[in-house]
Design a protein around this ligand. Structure first.
Ligand SMILES: NC(=O)c1ccc[n+]([C@@H]2O[C@H](COP(=O)([O-])OP(=O)(O)OC[C@H]3O[C@@H](n4cnc5c(N)ncnc54)[C@H](O)[C@@H]3O)[C@@H](O)[C@H]2O)c1
Ligand SMILES: [Zn+2]
Ligand SMILES: [Zn+2]
Length: 367
């Protein structure tokens, strides 16, 4: 079939919205008609050419939500008409990682996905017979996509899909960092560095876990206000004196749980140093620049602080995303403040401009 899609033709250049060919789903694959898709930093990062593992031409986009239009042979967990959220982090439920509660890093299709292919090593996307690669296994800046069954989460059909799309990446990452990776405990003190989509999700996750005090640190007053709306009890401007201020607020000890959601290694260090001696746990979610390293004075570790990274918030997508969507539907998570701008597919590059200007939390493309 012919679909309209935003193609990354050349690194550092705007995406080109055009007609491309999409073949039908093969065994184990599903055709999804996209309804909404968020525009995320990872798309912009890849488009810029800064990501050394990037490839072109490819159809970008990974925060998709839509409706199943057709299923391939052997697909049993999804049916035509189901509402789904796309998963760049799949869940096969069979690999050694999927059957272990400690990680969400499914091993089933990693290699092919990283290279822009579907699990059988080919693409369904093409133009004039030339293959176009599938970005992050999702390629959701498009009217439709073909994805593996194991990379689609079936969600409550009553959930509006433009909100559901946010659970495909940043929001679940933040929520999951607090709920799965750190396992924030009731009554605890938490500090979240960064109040973008991920940090605000972490604030909400700390609240859902019953944290007593949630301090959010950011450079933007507007974003700190959003953090209050998600449950932050205190807010603070970022800067060199933040660790000192947090120690002052916590009787000199630091916080039980800290979260980094900025991608800045200097802030990651602050998050480690703001964690309490004895048991403080720092969870890193930000993606640092190529070649950057995190500097930690070992004494911080010897005296009982722990540091953990979190990919997609440790969420096993097919089980975890529908459960988070249910909590949204139950009124426990407030998604509306994150939906800042609605765009058409043709306006996708404007989504990058808005992100660059830090205008709003998420721009969402409506198809
Ligand atoms: N681990 C994962 O699976 C995963 C998934 C999605 C995104 N990410 C990464 O998470 C990070 C955050 O993503 P986002 O979409 O929320 O980004 P964002 O750019 O919207 O938010 C980052 C925030 O950090 C703030 N900030 C900048 N300097 C600061 C400082 N010194 N102290 C405190 N705050 C400061 C900014 O004001 C901004 O609000 C990025 O690095 C992104 O690549 C990781
Ligand atoms: Zn993303
Ligand atoms: Zn797996």
């Amino acid at each position: 079939m012919k679909i309209r899609a935003a193609v990354l033709e050349e690194f550092g250049k705007p995406l080109v919205v055009q007609e491309v060919d999409l073949a039908g789903p093969q065994a184990g694959e599903v055709l999804v008609r996209l309804v909404a898709c968020g525009v995320c930093h990872t798309d912009m990062y890849t488009a810029s050419g800064a990501d050394p593992s990037g490839y072109a031409p490819t159809v970008l986009g990974h925060e998709g939500a839509g409706v199943v239009e057709a299923i391939g042979e052997g697909v049993t967990s999804l049916a035509v008409g189901d509402h789904v959220v796309t998963l760049f982090s799949p869940q096969c439920r069979e690999c050694v990682h999927c059957v272990d509660a400690r990680t969400n890093l499914c091993l089933a299709i990693r290699e092919q996905q990283n290279q822009g292919f579907l699990p059988d090593g080919t693409t369904r996307l093409s133009r004039d017979g030339e293959p176009i690669r599938h970005f992050m296994g999702t390629s959701t800046f498009a009217e439709a996509t073909v994805m593996p069954e194991i990379a689609l989460a079936k969600v409550n059909p009553e959930a509006p899909l433009e909100g559901a799309a946010l659970f495909a990446c940043g929001l679940s990452t933040g929520l999951g960092a607090a709920m799965n990776t750190a396992k924030v405990t009731p009554g605890s003190t938490c500090v979240v560095f960064g109040a973008g989509m991920v940090g605000l999700g972490a604030v909400a996750g700390c609240r859902l876990q019953g944290a007593e005090r949630i301090v959010c640190v950011d450079m933007s007053d507007e974003r700190l206000e959003l953090a209050r709306g998600q449950g932050a009890t205190d807010t603070m401007k970022g800067g060199d004196d933040v660790v000192e201020k947090i120690l002052e607020m916590t009787g000199g000890f630091g916080a039980d749980f800290t979260f980094e959601a900025t991608g800045l290694v200097a802030v990651m260090r602050q998050a480690v140093e703001a964690a309490r001696m004895g048991w403080g746990q720092c969870t890193v979610t930000g993606v640092a620049g190529k070649g950057e390293t995190l500097d930690i004075v070992p004494r911080y570790l010897i005296t009982g602080r722990r540091v953990a990274g979190s990919s997609f918030g440790g969420v096993k997508g097919r089980d975890g995303v529908p459960a988070l969507v249910e909590r949204w539907m139950a009124g426990e998570i407030d998604v509306a403040p994150f939906l800042s701008h609605e765009l058409t597919l043709d306006e996708v590059n404007r989504g990058f401009d808005l992100m660059h200007a830090q205008d709003g939390i998420r721009s969402v493309i409506r198809f």
